[in-house]
Design a protein around this ligand. Structure first.
Ligand code: FAD
Ligand code: MLT
Ligand code: ZN
Length: 467
């Protein structure tokens, strides 16, 4: 534990005066906020603060935590997968759960401005009524907050089409460690007046400031959405199918995801989700989104015909109605959940050149020689992002020693990134040097020192122990 102050009765009295009824100390209520989604790390915070406004966040930090040297763990929906969202020791948990106001939506430009604690799915439903969609979608949509999405620079299932949050987030309001409210909440597509400061906070995992509001560019709701679930015998065929589908579907392609047969087995066993097609080694979930159902239908049909006649795809089914679309997407979105029922999971989230994406899974299986309960691969093929997950009955230090640093060395050798979209948090921070130069990490440390000189914001996260 770094030498931060401990919360005293006097501190509690202050927090209770600023947040009446919203400074939580009941251990039962604190239990779930101290534990991460994967149930892999646990903190021992004795205080959970639930502000409603940016001014309250500012008061908490300025008048208090920074001055008193109290460490703070910003928390959104607590769905993060790298141990960044929960305290390591007794950091105060600052939750955005009550910051749920939608401030404005402009249906001409598609720009939404809202507080950081809005749940992603609530925003999607709000926009759907207004003929728009969120530019991102992920399996955790029912719980994760838009502020948490921005803080982790979440990728998800639509990145292929709408790009990363570095492009779609137009503005942010951020409370800095010393309580200053940084108003970068622009709603402009173009703004080259100096440095684009908001970019610093996208993906900063709560270490540089607390994001309190977001403005984001939202696409029109597509008039026609179709999902195809396809099977291939080899990963090479899956990649060739991707090339074919980029060439033949072009602008209407909105997702290209994959899972392997071992994922399908886990979905069957643990969630009773059945395979809609014949058993194959690899499965593709691909989606088209467009504005003309007939045009999209024709294009998809020609593509599927070409994929089948050239023997790239052996099996497939297509969904156009909502319930079947959801059922097909569940086979991809619920793998994370299926894995939690399978045992303890060592999770890796790497970017690789797309041709080498599955080779890591194959090499890991060879390397572990049956020591793991399962080794599965799934992910965002279209973005060159593999999720390699290795399960064991329970935590297994010997297995971990066999996996790491092998997995990181393999990734670095292939010029990949050791964290494609989940961030570094607590678990991955010391592996940053596999993907970033020491000069880059040193500059990150200087930025941290500039914005948070006492290091009170999410200590022990993102930056490595040694810089
Ligand atoms: P939390 O988990 O609460 O926090 C995550 C990090 O952000 C922490 O470091 C926290 O301190 C910080 N933080 C949170 N809110 C703020 C704020 N307002 N200001 C400053 N810092 C803050 N990720 C992907 O990229 N793509 C996926 O497809 C994807 N799918 C997922 C599917 C499942 C089933 C699950 C459980 C997780 C998935 N994730 C995915 C991981 C995760 O990063 C996202 O769920 C999400 O972006 C985290 O948002 P959250 O509100 O839960 O943040
Ligand atoms: C996903 O793409 O399903 C998520 O990033 C979650 C995971 O990696 O398990
Ligand atoms: Zn993912």
């Amino acid at each position: 534990r770094l030498p931060f102050s401990r919360v005293t009765e006097e501190d509690l009295a202050f927090f209770r005066s600023v947040l009446p009824g919203r400074a939580v100390t009941d251990p039962d209520l604190l239990e779930s906020s101290n534990q991460d989604w994967l149930k892999s790390v646990r903190g021992s915070s004795e205080l959970l603060l639930r502000p409603r406004t940016s001014e309250e966040v500012s008061q908490i930090l300025k008048r208090y935590c920074n001055h008193r040297n109290l460490a703070v763990n910003p928390q959104g929906g607590n769905t993060g997968l790298v141990g960044g969202s929960v305290p390591v020791h007794d950091e105060i948990i600052l939750s955005t759960a009550l910051m749920k106001d939608i401030r404005s939506f402009d249906s001409v430009s598609g720009i939404l401005t809202c507080q950081a604690g809005c749940v992603l799915e609530d925003l999607s439903l709000y926009l759907e009524d207004r003929d728009h969609i969120m530019p991102l979608d992920l399996g955790a949509k029912g719980s994760c907050h838009i502020g948490g999405n921005v803080a982790t620079n979440a990728g998800g299932l639509r990145l292929l089409r709408y790009g990363s949050l570095h492009g779609t987030v137009l503005g942010l309001e951020v409370v800095l460690a010393d309580g200053r409210v940084l108003d970068c909440l622009a709603t402009l597509r173009k703004d080259n007046t100096g440095y684009d400061l908001k970019q610093l906070f996208i993906g900063s995992e709560g270490t540089l400031g607390v994001i309190t509001a977001v403005s984001i560019l939202c696409p029109r709701k597509p008039r026609s959405v179709k999902v195809a679930f396809l099977g291939c015998d080899t990963f090479e065929q899956l990649l060739k199918t991707f090339q074919l589908c980029r060439a033949m579907l072009g602008e209407i392609l909105s997702a290209y995801e994959f899972l392997d047969s071992e994922c399908m087995r886990l979905l069957n066993t643990h969630l009773q989700l059945s395979n809609p097609i014949r058993d194959c080694r690899f499965y593709i979930v691909m989606e088209t989104s467009g504005s003309d159902p007939t045009h999209d239908e024709e294009k998809l049909h020609s593509f599927l015909e070409a994929a089948v006649t050239s023997s790239l795809v052996t099996e497939g089914t297509v969904a156009t109605e909502d319930s079947k679309i959801k059922a097909l997407w569940a086979l991809r979105e619920r793998i994370t959940e299926a894995l939690t029922h399978h045992g303890y999971t060592y999770k890796y989230d790497v970017s690789l050149p797309v041709e080498q994406l599955y080779q890591l899974v194959t090499d890991m299986r060879g390397h572990l020689q049956g020591r793991a309960k399962s080794v599965v691969g799934y992910g965002h093929v279209g973005d060159g992002n593999l999720h390699l997950n290795i399960s064991s009955q329970a935590k297994d230090p010997a297995l971990l020693a066999a996996i790491e640093p092998f997995v990181y060395e393999w990734t670095a050798r292939h010029r990949g990134s050791v964290s494609a979209e989940h961030g570094l948090g607590l678990k991955k921070r010391n592996y940053i040097y596999y993907s970033k130069s020491s000069q880059a990490v040193a500059l990150m440390g200087q930025l941290k020192a500039l914005l948070d000189p006492k290091g009170i914001l999410n200590p022990y996260k993102t930056l490595p122990d040694e810089q």
